[in-house]
Design a protein around this ligand. Sequence first.
Ligand code: CMC
Length: 393
Amino acid sequence: AGVFTYDPGFTSTAACESDITYIDGDAGVLLYRGYPIDQLAEHGDFLETCYLLYYGDLPTPAQRREFEHAITMHTMIHEQMARFYQGFRRDAHPMAVMVGVVGAMSAFYHDSTDINDPKQREIASRRMIAKLPTIAAMAFKYHIGQPFVYPKNELSYAANFLRMCFAVPCEEYKVNPILARAMDRIFILHADHEQNASTSTVRLAGSSGANPFACIAAGIACLWGPAHGGANEAALKMLEEIGDANKIPEFISKVKDKSSHIRLMGFGHRVYKNYDPRAKIMQKTAHEVLGELGIKDDPLLDVARELERVALNDSYFIERKLYPNVDFYSGIILRALGFPTSMFTVLFAVARTVGWIAQWKEMIEDPSQRIGRPRQLYTGSPQRDYVQMSKRG
Ligand code: CMC
């Protein structure tokens, strides 16, 4: 037996070297390939963020055209795959459907995906970035009992996604550019976040040489949990449950009573101990979207703002360095765009796919890459002899 360091939650273990995303949790800094998240959200768009994360630099105009063309070429899914949905219960959680359908992509692209061939790695990655919105929109349409809407490739990534979600037959659907911009920004903000739980899951699954589509399905499964991507859904449910700013003090005292096991969802982060730079952009975007939709007073936004104010002045949250994270305001925007809470984490998965696949590629191309194989500190029984049934009990 060797001597191993015990590090529950991996708070002090670096599992890899990475060039992709930098976070300074104390200063509230998030950089994708060196570029600050607020500049990308303000001036860039999601497709060029995908290019940046995957290839390491912002695209030139020619690279951008080639990439955009390739992504739009791959937005359709195999018609056999569209039939998968019918096998699910209509009331299945869309994240359950996502785990299944994305995992099933490995059955369609297994023989053509040699992970040792850079060209095939690239095609598999582009397929994933292109098809995830289609798969997610179909999960939504199936969930609400409407026919699927196929991709329209002259639209932007975000506008095409909104159309696939909200267009209905026999009615013209025009994408509102301000709402498409908000969707695009939400995708940018969620695109990567270094070695979080789902990304580490994708890397670990991929370290065995598994099919990349199956690895992304593993990442989606991990993202689903309420401590990770599921927090946006949980945060909005919490705001709805509180319902009124008057009920905030009562709710906060429940959170502070540890026996209640209630957490303030959308608050706190393993790495950010000052503020989450994504939360600020989200809050601003929430105002823009509500303004565009003419929603003057969203009671949930009032509850959210007041909850943030109360928590940021309460010693419990101050001492533990708990601040709003990316998920605190995202739910308000997504709800205003027309998504039910059950879709929130699905949208996170669409955005994070590029991060997962960029990290997967980096891992595969890393010459020091070995299968991920943590060790343990065994705390069970010492060796003992088998006891016959007649001598037990
Ligand atoms: N509400 C109330 N108390 C909290 C919260 C919260 N949201 N988060 C942490 N704490 C307390 C926790 O009880 C503990 O207190 P004590 O020291 O008295 O035992 C202390 O703060 C440290 O918490 P921790 O669980 O050790 O911290 P962690 O780094 O393991 O957890 C976290 C990070 C994000 C899982 C956690 O803050 C949390 O559960 N937040 C709510 C869920 C959430 O919003 N998640 C989204 C994260 S951002 C997007 C993403 O990653 O997907």
